[in-house]
Unconditional design. Structure first.
Ligand code: SF4
Lengths: 165, 420
């Protein structure tokens, strides 16, 4: 799986309240959630992400509550992949489960600037920064997580597995 | 291997696992409540398998909004009830039958030493008190567990917290864990397991060990664990719903880091607004006037907590300006407290005793705070807005400190207050 897009860079400890403020949790419509993605940090984010972007962040991305609405809001706003130094545990799982690729890449938040054009090779765990002409290593995803992501999330993945039997 | 590694190795059918590895594991039990359950049920239907993987290992518990406080809550309860019936879920704890989910899981024998248990609730880490690996997951993931009984987990590295010495009078397990949180911080154990060990632990009751493990997630941890001992085995013997095989850490197990704490030096601690790691000695925050005092929740709503509170409340009457809410964590605890005369003590002192529920703990119902109000609570989170108005302030402390403060009408160090 190759994913390409412009980078939007954030800092450390971005929590789920910033990613999707709790006042929007009553809606389960992903498109509605997407409108408010990262609103706590940058109200114009949804607009900037529309074209499809790669979100780059520092340490502990997605900390706070276990709300699944956080990765859903990002995904439907146009985030194709999140690269971070490391993720909060439940966010990481929820992202994979709803089919949003997440990659841990130590050093990434320093090496990438806002607006750099990135190509991520999920299988290889490689990030190509085309703007700077640099290649970075990320922590490679295990095979079965790749499978879940390729299927677009856990529910589809299971449906396929069960249907294929 | 340490306890967390051993449990994950067995659950994934391996001889050995190492931190960082991702393993596909079989769970021994799965729990959902009426807040996370209905979403999981919806996702389960999308997967399209007709039957759950095991109707005796899925435990469904109504606890957050019981009895139903709104039509919306009543609808959620109904979804759970229907699903339990349709899937012949053997262990469904409806209103009046159980209590707060984590307490029910433990006292009804669904958590056993050596188990891997997932719960659609972040405080599932409480089960480590019995030597089980309990961890919280989201609703979609729970749907997959309902369907398959399996989950992928990353093997965490472990932090060992070694407690030695004896607790001073009026110092409780809650003070210990608040102290640990002050050292590790609110994200210091992210992805990790925390193993609580040392000579102090063997003296603690199962309930006190639950208080420790319960708050592991407040440091970002995936699980909190205590190695099972004689006490654990005696506790589960009569309750166990299944066969089990305890596991223990090896003597030479690896830990990412070890903390040594002499508990005889720890004084009553309190987490101040609005972060669980904003911990101070209680005596440094005295003279904060309180409006509400709450004893309850999966952290500190157990029989030992109620006994400790009753012992203090027997000394007088709750201060005029304070409303005190006491919520036994389960039906069993409620009954036991009745039999011991604790409920009578509470009512005579001027407290309001509610039915077992999450209730005030997460600002669901039964005891919300108005703007500008201050609450001292025995629960586990003091985030902005957690117990009602975002303009209210929440302090977290032991049931002893909460009870003493309720008498005083302000936050007091129980050691100083009770010795006067
Ligand atoms: S008592 Fe509070 S912390 Fe425990 S499960 Fe209920 S709401 Fe969550």
């Amino acid at each position: 799986m190759k994913i390409a897009g412009k980078a939007i860079v954030f800092g450390d400890d971005i929590n789920t309240d910033v990613i999707i403020p709790s006042k929007y949790l009553t809606t389960l419509d992903p498109k509605e959630l997407a409108k408010h993605a990262m609103e706590g940090m940058d109200p114009s984010f949804a607009d900037k992400a529309k074209e499809g972007i790669i979100l780059v962040a520092g340490k502990n991305f997605g900390c706070g509550s276990s709300r699944e609405q956080a990765p859903i809001a990002l995904k439907y706003a146009g985030v194709r992949c999140v690269l971070a130094e490391f993720f909060a545990r439940i966010f990481y799982r929820n992202a994979v489960n709803i089919g949003l690729p997440v990659l841990e890449a130590p050093g990434v938040s320093k090496a990438v600037n806002d607006g750099d054009f990135l190509t991520v090779n999920l299988e290889k765990g490689e990030i190509l920064n085309e703007t700077k002409g640099e290649v970075m290593k990320a922590v490679r995803l295990p095979e079965f997580i790749l499978e879940i992501l390729k299927d677009g999330g856990l529910i589809n993945h299971l449906k396929k597995k069960i249907g294929g039997k | 291997m340490n306890l967390a590694e051993k449990i994950l190795a067995r659950a994934s059918g391996r001889d050995e696992v190492k931190p960082g590895e991702i393993v596909q594991s079989r769970v021994d039990a799965a729990m959902a409540n009426e807040i996370t359950g209905p979403l999981a049920i919806k996702a389960f239907r999308e997967i399209g398998v007709p039957k759950v993987w095991d109707n005796e290992r899925i435990v469904l518990i109504q606890d957050h909004q019981v009895p139903a406080d709104t039509v919306k809550s009543a609808e959620l309860h109904k979804i759970m009830r229907r699903f339990a019936e349709e899937q012949s879920i053997k262990f469904f704890y409806d209103i009046g039958r159980g209590g707060v989910c984590h307490q029910v899981m433990v006292e009804e024998g669904h958590v056993l030493p050596g188990d891997l248990i997932v719960g659609a609730d972040s405080h599932t880490c409480t089960y480590g008190a019995l030597g089980a690996f309990g961890t919280g997951i989201g609703s979609t993931e729970m749907a997959a567990v309902f369907a398959t009984g399996e989950i992928w987990l990353r093997v965490p590295s472990s932090i060992k917290v070694n407690f030695c010495g004896s607790l001073r009078e009026h110092v409780a397990a809650k003070d210990l864990i608040l102290y640990v949180i002050s050292l590790i911080g609110a994200s210091g154990a992210t992805y990790k397991a925390m193993e609580f060990t040392g000579s102090t632990i063997s003296k603690l009751s199962i309930g006190e060990r639950m208080t420790l493990c319960n708050m592991a997630v407040e440091m970002g941890a995936k699980a909190g664990l205590v190695n099972p001992d004689e006490k654990t085995l005696r506790y589960v013997e009569k309750l166990a719903r299944r066969r089990f095989e305890p596991l223990k850490s090896d003597q030479d197990a690896d830990y990412e880091k070890t903390l040594k704490i002499d508990v005889s030096r720890i004084e009553p601690m309190i987490a101040c607004p609005h972060a669980v790691d904003n911990v101070k000695p209680v005596k440094s925050v005295e003279d904060v006037k309180i409006d509400q005092a709450f004893i309850g929740s999966c952290t500190n709503g157990r029989i030992e907590d109620l006994r400790a509170a009753a012992e203090i409340l027997r000394r007088g009457r709750i201060s005029k300006g304070v409303r005190m809410i006491i919520t036994p964590a389960s039906r069993r605890i409620y009954l036991q407290a009745l039999r011991e005369g604790l409920i009578e003590t509470f009512i005579e002192a001027g407290a309001l005793v509610t039915n077992p529920t999450c209730g005030a703990c997460f600002g669901g119902h039964m005891g919300l705070l108005a703007p500008g109000e201050v609450c001292i609570s025995s629960s586990n989170r003091n985030f902005i807005g957690r117990m009602g108005s975002p303009e209210a302030e929440i302090y977290l402390a032991s049931p002893i400190t909460v009870a003493a403060s309720a008498l005083a009408g302000r936050i007091v160090d129980p050691i100083e207050y009770l010795e006067d």
